[in-house]
Design a protein around this ligand. Sequence first.
Ligand code: KG4
Ligand code: ZN
Length: 386
Amino acid sequence: MITLGIETSCDETAVCVLETRATTDAKTGGRAIEYRILENVIHSQADLHAKYGGVFPMMAKREHEKNLPVIVEKILGPGDEKIKSGALKIDRIAVTKGPGLEPALRVGVDYAKKIAERLKVPIVGVNHMEGHILGSLLTSSKSDAGPDAPFTKLHEPALPALALLISGGHTELVLMPNIGEYKIIGRTKDDAVGEAFDKVARLLGLPYPGGPQVSELAEQARLNERTGPDAATPEITLPRPMLRSPDFDFSFSGLKTAVLYEIRKTDENATMKPGAPNQDLTETMKRGIAREFEDAVTEVLTTKTAKAIETHGAQSLIAGGGVVANAHIRTALETVATQNSIHLFLPPAGVAGDNALMIALAGALTAIDNNRAEIDILKAAANLSL
Ligand code: KG4
Ligand code: ZN
């Protein structure tokens, strides 16, 4: 089965063509899913939004409207030429229906419906967060175009699995008794982890999206502390919010406020406002704050994850979402998995951030009985929950 996946929930316009097939595992005799990626395009608007310090929904919408048809036409050929000539076959369309930015989501959903009608194929709306979970079961995001390209086996997590989803918009712990069944057991009460990284980046005068840069500063601090030059780093201690709370919820908004108070020790006029760089910060201070912030976030995430594994008897751990690109957090999650003797599934390169491959995969794994009905009821749902 060949699925055309479309993702426009935030600031990435992404389209993927994924072929999947069910086989029998030679070793276990159980069902195995194999896949190969025929096309995988991600067009990021991050540079455009960077100027404004965050994603602007209406600008994201306009960019999706401009870019999505161009990407799809490149894949299907002008006037669906490749479909008509038989060079490419599409069996179904999968599109992100939520959660995300409403205007951005709508562009994807409306366009996907048009293609489905034109190609007379069923359409399925995919929950973006399910995409992030299932995307971590892929082994590669490389497209292997060509009829002879090999199929790759999808990872099979031992069940029940626990998923930690950490992105710019979400921070959730999700229990997955089976693929397609999800129960949110914990979530952030305020800022998402990625959002906290981005806000701290702004406080440190770094451009959006600041996660990768905060992480780089933190790595430099660790390296420098080991080799000497940062020996004079001021002692900075940030809180570990909700570390010992009895639930699996998180809170990260207090952390950025704590960072602001640290900065005010050197620059009493420091503010949270975009475009107001806090000038008096030394590079050493910035590195020290980044390191302590990353340590605090990592400690809270891993402590709660470990507790959830134990409480719910999770047999495997899945991590997904843009923040999983963070090397320090990945390493800490590896340790949690090892300590619990379970396997950790991380998204392969190119699948941590938003992409259409994970959406095509989730759509392919979703059995739909009444395909035509879906096109009538399918609509963007900005606050969709798993
Ligand atoms: O999943 P994603 O691409 O988009 C959302 O659905 O939100 O996640 C984007 C978020 C941004 O907040 C970005 O700063 C963060 O992921 N991020 C990172 C790193 N790379 C991306 N945060 C920390 N460390 C990183 N290396
Ligand atoms: Zn995402």
